[in-house]
Design a protein around this ligand. Structure first.
Ligand code: ATP
Ligand code: MG
Length: 563
């Protein structure tokens, strides 16, 4: 533990584990697991769970397993199995040789089901889905016992064996736990343990099985078989905990992990549900799971987030039992803090306007040495070319200053070019429609690195040399939804709240020469514009840069506008 971590207040799960260790439980060992279902890419909510599970293991010198919860073979596939591993590794965590699949345990799970049947704790039920629902009762009324509940052990064993052998059709029978149809907890009203699924090809077990165990049965046993000590899950499983414990209390597995629930991460202006994210991908609303607007780990990576920033975010939001929704600004400030410290500075012109320095010779080229970071000298320097023809940003020029706050270039006025000279605008050139297409300026060569005496030059703007500029496409992203909680509005589909302007593409931007060597994944601060990251897509004829985040919090402004 670093001293920073030692000073941090400890959360309730750490308190529980501390107590368990003090009481000598599990011989003082701590084993956790991260159990994703491979039915989509991981999102920022999963990142919270990954940081918690792997973080706890690190803190207590324990272990964290990666286990695929692959009991629902219809919706799962290998692409997701691969992507999930890549994302967990990228976040900086290591499961070493402990990569497991719930399907690894199918034979053992089957064996424990036989044990339950033999002890009169499970039975084969022939009610169809609708009947089962009727028998189940409601929150206010108890359920009724299934007419098949009193089947003999022999008959149950015979039917279950034949279920496995493939003798029965999908939906014709299930194996149910024999608990209590009158329990106030609906999960305890003889829940289904196994169902029949013919014709699926499971990504791990192929066609070996035609019966599949349910999550609530599989999960506690998988935890126990792996020697997990603390099974951390989200709050919606609180009502399932009695079943988790019932399963382990009624089989001879010899290990009883402790389930502890914490609240899920909900992030404003986005959705964190794989089912909904799948819709965005499948309906082409975004370009894929790694679209930089997606709250997936792959999307955040492509957008330019660093693993450290996501771990830091997860640390800052903390672990509690209360449902809450976190502002997007929290996530953005984590990456902004990281990039502010680590991203080299560069100049890039987003909306180019040509500037010709009439008093600067046509064939002259100066190489100016400039720092890569204003505070951190160890990040070194680079050279930038200065020439007669430059580009500045259109937004940095106005013929007449609109107000006193406008410190940039105006007709007849002066401004400093960042890291270079002071220039004065002598003439504005327009096309036939009256649009400004070029500025004729003069450059004061005495002002390199010094403020001219007796003149008030407050504004500093960025620029690039026209002859050396690298053409690029810059993609500016905005929130994906216009509503803070798009999926919390009753009777409205979350997709109605998609932000139509979530992507703005600037296809004709000019970057300083040194950016010609930038490689996919490299991050920079474009001075005065924001943090940008090189996209991995090279199929276009110019490089693409994704804006990771603006320089300042733009979310606060949105809130104000809406208020
Ligand atoms: P989704 O609803 O997005 O499909 P899930 O819970 O079904 O999520 P799993 O693959 O089963 O997805 O989740 C793996 C682990 O990640 C679980 O332990 C789950 O509790 C945790 N997890 C999922 N979403 C969140 C979230 N938003 N915040 C914190 N933990 C989460
Ligand atoms: Mg799940």
């Amino acid at each position: 533990m670093s001293s920073h971590e030692e000073n941090k207040p400890r959360h309730f799960i750490q308190h529980i584990i501390d107590e368990d260790i003090q009481q000598g439980k599990n011989d003082g060992k701590v084993v956790t697991r991260f159990p994703p279902e491979p039915n989509g890419f991981l999102h920022i909510g999963h990142a919270k769970s990954i940081c918690l599970n792997f973080g706890i293991a690190q803190e207590y010198q324990g272990q964290c397993n990666l286990r695929f919860d692959d009991t629902n073979p219809h919706k799962e596939n290998l692409e997701f199995v691969k992507a999930i591993q890549e994302d967990v590794r990228w976040l900086g965590f290591d499961w070493e040789d402990r990569l497991y699949y719930a399907s690894d345990y199918f034979e053992q799970l089957y064996g424990f089901a036989i044990e339950l049947i033999k002890n009169g704790k499970a039975y084969i039920c022939d009610l169809n889905a609708e009947q089962t629902r009727e028998y189940r009762g409601t929150l206010t009324e108890p359920g009724k016992d299934s007419p098949y509940r009193e089947r003999s052990v022999e008959e149950n064993l015979d039917l279950f064996t034949r279920m496995r052998a493939g003798d029965f059709e999908d939906g014709s029978r299930v194996l149910r736990a024999r608990i209590d149809m009158a329990s106030p907890n609906m999960n305890m009203r003889d829940p289904t343990l196994y169902r029949i699924r013919h014709g699926v090809i499971h990504h791990q077990t192929g066609e070996e099985w035609c019966i599949y165990p349910m999550y609530d049965y599989t999960h506690p046993i998988s935890d126990a078989l792996e020697g997990v000590t603390h099974s951390l899950c989200t709050l919606e499983f609180e009502d399932h905990r009695p079943l988790y414990d019932w399963v382990l209390d009624n089989i001879s597995v010899g290990c009883h992990p402790r389930q502890i629930e914490f609240s899920r991460l909900n992030l404003q202006y986005t959705v964190t549900s794989k089912r909904k994210l799948t819709q965005l991908v499948e309906e082409g609303i975004v370009e894929g799971w790694d679209d930089p607007r997606m709250p997936t780990i792959a999307g955040l990576r492509r957008r330019g987030f660093t693993p450290a920033s996501i771990r830091e975010f997860s640390d800052r939001i903390g672990v509690t039992k209360s449902e809450n929704s976190v502002e997007m600004g929290m996530l953005e400030s984590a990456i902004r803090d990281d990039l502010n410290e680590h991203a080299p500075r560069r100049m890039a012109v987003l909306h180019p306007l040509k500037v010709v320095l009439e008093n600067y010779p046509e064939d002259k080229l100066e190489e100016l040495t400039v720092p890569n970071h204003p505070q951190n000298e160890s990040m070194g320097t680079r050279t930038i070319p200065f020439t007669r023809e430059l580009y500045i940003d259109r937004n940095d020029f106005m013929e007449v200053a609109p107000n006193k706050k406008f410190k940039r270039l105006v007709s007849g006025g002066e401004v400093r070019l960042r890291n270079a000279y002071v220039i004065r605008c002598d003439q504005v050139i327009k096309n036939e429609q009256g649009d400004i297409i070029e500025l004729r300026c003069s450059c004061d060569e005495a002002t390199l690195g010094a403020n001219p005496e007796g003149r008030k030059v407050k504004g500093v703007i960025h620029w690039v040399s026209a002859a050396h500029a690298v053409e690029a496409e810059l993609r500016l992203y905005d929130r994906l939804f216009v509503e803070p909680q798009p999926d919390a509005i009753k009777e409205r589909d979350f997709k109605e709240f998609i932000n139509p302007d979530s992507l703005r593409s600037l296809t004709q931007c000019y970057l300083e020469r040194s950016l010609a060597d930038a490689r996919a994944g490299d991050s920079f601060q474009f001075e005065r514009e924001g943090y940008f990251c090189v996209d991995a897509d090279h199929s276009h004829n110019k490089p693409i840069f994704n804006r990771t985040v603006t320089l300042r919090d733009s979310w606060a402004k949105i809130e104000q506008k809406q208020a």
